[in-house]
Design a protein around this ligand. Structure first.
Ligand code: PLP
Length: 411
């Protein structure tokens, strides 16, 4: 049984009352981006209507107010992931930018020819390509942890890949396809045993479960606001302050400097060193409001709700003839269900579901190496959040049966 009361929470999300093709919307594409509650939109509107000015610059009242709202959001987001201090929480556009920042800034300074970067074959491209780019430049080599037969990351394989050349272990906290929550603390202990840094892609975890970056043993932790009820354009990178302080800037420009001369400059302390130019002020304030909203519900309750919906969906889908379900079963599984229907392209499945008002994603989900490991080109994917209900899962299962039977008539 689900724990939360989605019918009350749903009132905060006007979009959830929409009809799509004459049917009530069922939004099961939360792993791609969540919907936004009024509270987040209103925080951004209030900022624009009452407080807008550029931050960190002016002595005038509006600039002071805008700066205070922006910095208050930093304190909220830092507390939300139990960061030990707010200055080591940097705002970025999204997870992708945060991981590029780590790879370029930390990587340029710390990686050399023959060093090794360990990722997994289940990573999102955002946690692969930044490492490929820096590996090309530095001569570092990328190795990948493979999956166990149950489709979990193989910790023993990770251990066997470690050596004195390992400098980075970069793993997602929760898989955007398999739905599994990876044992980051254990990966971090392995990374630290050879002096490597632990980089965590938290894009799917921060929206869906309680995250404590200190307890996880992370050195870098990246996430996106738009998957956690916040607006697009605001994400974050948390890192251990001593690592950040030793890193060169990622982008250069206004705000990030101490002294500028024509041919050289000195740089500001963190966090400003990594926030060149005018930031996404309204979006960051919206992310702060999203954190308040999620904290009001409780992250443990959200995780248990997602898990209960996933268990229910898996039970209902398991018996469906022609379905292949991916990902492990167990308490480490969040609310993401990847699947294929035999003989039907996932895009056709998604289109058939859309005609019933149901939004799911189909494709390689920015994880082509994982698709290869699973032996498929693509999958369909349903992903849940706290505003989804068992009734919606029921309608989804009925729509899938209808789609399967419809396509069977052409087989
Ligand atoms: N990492 C994971 C696990 C994701 O699921 C995603 C987005 O789906 C990303 C990284 C990239 O997030 P963004 O596009 O917000 O940078």
């Amino acid at each position: 049984m689900v724990l939360l009361n989605p019918s009350t929470l749903r009132q905060d999300f006007p979009i959830l009352s929409r009809q799509i093709h004459g049917k009530p919307l069922i939004y099961f594409d939360n792993a791609a981006s969540s919907q936004k509650p009024r509270q987040v939109v209103e925080a951004m509107v209030a900022y624009y209507y009452q407080h807008h000015a550029n931050v960190h610059r002016g002595a005038h009242t509006l600039s002071v107010e805008a700066t205070e709202l922006y910095e208050e959001a930093r304190r909220k987001v830092a507390r939300f992931i139990n960061a030990p201090n707010p200055e080591s929480l940097l705002f970025t556009r999204n997870t992708t930018e945060a991981l590029n920042l780590v790879a370029q800034s930390w990587g340029r300074q710390n990686l050399k020819d023959g060093d090794e970067i360990i990722v997994s074959e289940a990573e999102h491209h955002a946690n692969l390509i930044p490492w490929q780019l820096i590996a090309e430049r530095t001569g570092a080599v990328i190795k990948a942890v493979r999956l166990t037969p149950e489709q979990r990351l193989d910790l023993e394989h990770c251990q066997s890949l470690l050596s004195s050349r390992t400098k980075v272990v970069a793993i997602a906290h929760m898989s955007n396809i398999l739905g599994v929550v990876n044992p980051i603390r254990r990966f971090a202990d392995l990374a630290h045993s050879v002096g490597a840094v632990m980089v965590v892609d938290g894009a799917q975890a921060v929206p869906h479960l309680p995250v404590d970056v200190q307890a996880l043993g992370a050195d870098f932790y990246a996430f996106s606001g738009h998957k956690m009820c916040g607006p697009t354009g605001a994400g974050a990178l948390w890192a251990r302050a001593e690592l950040l302080r030793a890193m060169p800037p990622f982008l250069g420009g206004g705000e990030m400097i101490r002294k500028v001369y024509i041919d050289h400059s000195t740089y500001a302390d963190i966090p400003m060193r990594f926030e060149a130019g005018t930031p996404n002020i309204a979006e960051v304030i919206g992310l702060g409001a999203a954190v308040d909203y999620l904290s009001g519900i409780g992250m443990q309750a959200i995780f248990e709700h997602d898990q209960a919906l996933a268990r229910y969906a898996l039970e209902r889908l398991e018996g469906l003839e022609g379905i292949t379900l991916y990902g492990p079963r167990g308490d480490d599984r969040g609310g993401i269900i990847p699947f294929n229907l035999q003989g039907i392209h996932p895009h056709d499945v998604a289109t058939a579901l859309d005609s019933e008002g149901i939004a799911v994603r189909a494709g390689h989900h920015c994880a082509q190496p994982l698709m290869r490991a699973l032996g498929v080109q693509s999958t369909a994917r349903a992903s849940f959040y706290f505003y989804n209900t068992e009734d919606e899962v029921e309608r989804f299962v009925e729509a899938l049966v209808k789609a399967r039977d419809f396509f069977a008539t052409f087989a």
